[in-house]
Ligand binder design. Structure first.
Ligand SMILES: *Cc1c(COP(=O)(O)O)cnc(C)c1O
Length: 399
């Protein structure tokens, strides 16, 4: 569905080309830049056309809760980048995950997910969905045997996020897909940290990819958005839920995201290169106990990361020598790095997960997820590495 000239440009193009050219819905004015269709509803030529649009017999826009040309353009662009048949955009990353679970699971179903999931995803699967009879077993991200052992006859979904936040643990997507598909279990991967530029889970056999477009897809910290991409038979179910329940991406946010995605590849490459340089520097720093970054040979799953991702990504986690006091010293000494929980921005951000993003989960869940008091997470942006080092050094030298 969408505008009259939103035909796909073709699968054979490279990602950076698709990111700029795919998903264009030109209006009658033939504008060059993607148009923003700020309208809640669309008019029909006749009663018969209205009926056909509502029944789905005729493609076309109806009402922006479920059809809007700017949102359709975003969906087309992201689907092309992920190598997906179809994509459904949502208001945020969390509403993408909610829509996925509501669309594909029913009371009595069971989910296997990793202990290292994003904090709000853990809350959603671990606390909220349980009230509706959908129960989740949490297992170690890296332990394929544990995923298999957690399966039950009623298991419907594997939900993973790789690399995990903030510890960058790598799940072996292909291995988990083999375990899941042997018993007809759907595999969904939160691909927020890598984006399709660094990792394409569908190529490794996953059924669905979930995004918080809020992060790298926007890339400039402006809007919230999310998406579920994959085979059309599954995304159609997500679409039916979204059409009725309404956790819809706004046209304005879709338009911002379309423009953000045009620079996705060069941002991911530059931010990953800076993250690697910063990780090496931190690893050699006397005040730092440990650095976890998939691009470092010291990462426990460096070899897997190299097979599965085209680079280490922009997120670096490290533990300072000491606990909360020392970690907060580094945070409070920064003048350049932003103290914020967001990530995927051109501006580098610094987070103390134990007291922020992972502050609402129980201490037991925190320690199961490896979130120690000395842990800090950096989401590297586009500033010069030397400036980031100087900023961090101010706090690290106090330890
Ligand atoms: C931020 C984030 C989410 C949630 O996305 P929102 O857009 O904030 O709702 C989900 N997964 C991961 C890995 C995230 O970083």
């Amino acid at each position: 569905m969408g505008g009259p000239t939103d035909m796909p440009i073709g699968k054979h193009y490279q990602p950076e080309t698709l990111a700029v050219r795919e998903g264009v819905a030109r209006s009658q004015f033939n504008e060059h830049s993607e148009a923003l269709y700020l309208t809640s509803s669309f008019v029909f030529d006749s009663a018969a056309q209205a009926a056909a649009r509502f029944s789905g017999d005729e493609d076309g826009n109806v009402y922006s809760r479920f059809t809007n040309p700017t949102v359709t353009a975003f969906q087309g662009r992201l689907a092309a980048l992920e190598g997906a048949e179809a994509c459904v955009a949502t208001a945020s990353g969390m509403s993408a995950i909610l829509s996925l679970v509501m669309a594909l699971c029913k009371a009595g179903d069971h989910i296997v997910a990793s202990t290292g999931l994003f904090g709000a995803t853990q809350q959603l699967l671990g606390n909220i969905m349980g009230r509706f009879g959908v129960h989740t077993s949490f297992v170690a991200q890296t332990d394929v045997a544990a995923w298999e052992a957690a399966m039950r006859p009623e298991t419907r979904l594997f939900f993973l996020e790789t690399p995990s936040n903030p510890l960058t643990e790598i799940a072996d997507i292909a291995a988990l897909v083999a375990v899941a598909h042997a018993r007809n279990v759907i595999v969904a991967v939160d691909n927020c940290f890598c984006t399709p530029i660094l990792q394409r889970p569908l190529d490794l056999g996953a059924d669905l990819v979930v995004h918080s477009a809020t992060k790298f897809l926007d890339g400039q910290g402006r809007v919230l958005g999310g998406a579920v991409a994959g085979s059309r038979n599954l995304t159609d179910e997500v679409f039916k839920f979204l059409r009725t329940a309404g956790p819809t991406l706004s046209a304005f946010n879709a338009w911002v995201l379309l423009k953000g995605m045009e620079t996705l590849k060069i941002r991911m490459q530059a931010q990953s290169a800076s993250a690697l340089a910063l990780a090496h520097w931190l690893e050699a720093h006397p005040s730092v106990e440990r650095v976890v970054y998939p691009g470092l040979p010291s990462h426990p799953q460096h070899a897997l990361a190299r097979r599965q991702q085209s680079s280490g990504g922009a997120i670096v986690a490290f533990t300072v020598k000491g606990g909360r006091t020392e970690a907060w010293k580094v945070v409070d000494s920064c003048r350049l790095l932003s103290i914020t929980a967001n990530l995927g921005d051109t501006k580098t951000t610094l987070t103390h997960p134990a007291s922020t993003t992972h502050g609402r989960i129980t201490p037991e869940q925190r320690s199961a997820a490896g979130i120690t008091e000395g842990l800090l997470r950096i989401a590297v942006g586009l500033e010069a590495v030397v400036d980031l080092q100087d900023d961090l050094e101010r706090g690290l030298s106090l330890i």
